[in-house]
Write a new protein. Structure first.
Length: 135
């Protein structure tokens, strides 16, 4: 969630991370067939669509923390860095009793942005100026 330097927690903002980390996708493309990689991203997209629906309801701090917890690891392992880091930050904020309704709004925005990035990548294999990983 961040580093602790001399007892002070240093947190990188989730916006400092790419929506899709192409280094992670590159490593995954070395391990998986292109078909499997595409399938993984399509399943991530389906998960994010469902998550969007869950985020439409007003969640309690505990529910938001649980949702963030269950999402952060798998999304990070797939290279969905901004979402993963924000989920980790929000999980921490919920555990510390610091979460606000704005945190749910932030998570909703990142979910929508990540969905859009995955859809674009699946359609074109290119997002922004990142290198093309043929799928």
């Amino acid at each position: 969630m961040g580093q602790v330097l001399s007892g002070v927690r240093v947190i990188m903002q989730a916006g400092d991370y790419p929506l899709i980390d192409f280094q992670v996708l590159g490593r995954l493309s070395d391990l998986l067939t292109h078909e499997d990689l595409r399938d993984m991203l399509e399943r991530a997209l389906e998960y994010l669509v469902g998550l969007s629906g869950e985020l439409e309801a007003e969640l309690t701090r505990q529910e938001l923390g649980q949702l963030s917890h269950k999402s952060k690891g798998s999304m990070g392992a797939m290279g969905l860095s901004r979402f993963s880091h924000l989920a980790q930050e929000i999980e921490w904020r919920c555990a510390e009793g610091l979460a606000t309704p704005h945190d749910q709004s932030r998570l909703t925005k990142v979910v929508l942005d990540t969905r859009s990035a995955i859809e674009s990548f699946l359609q074109t294999g290119l997002v922004g100026t990142s290198p093309r990983i043929p799928l």
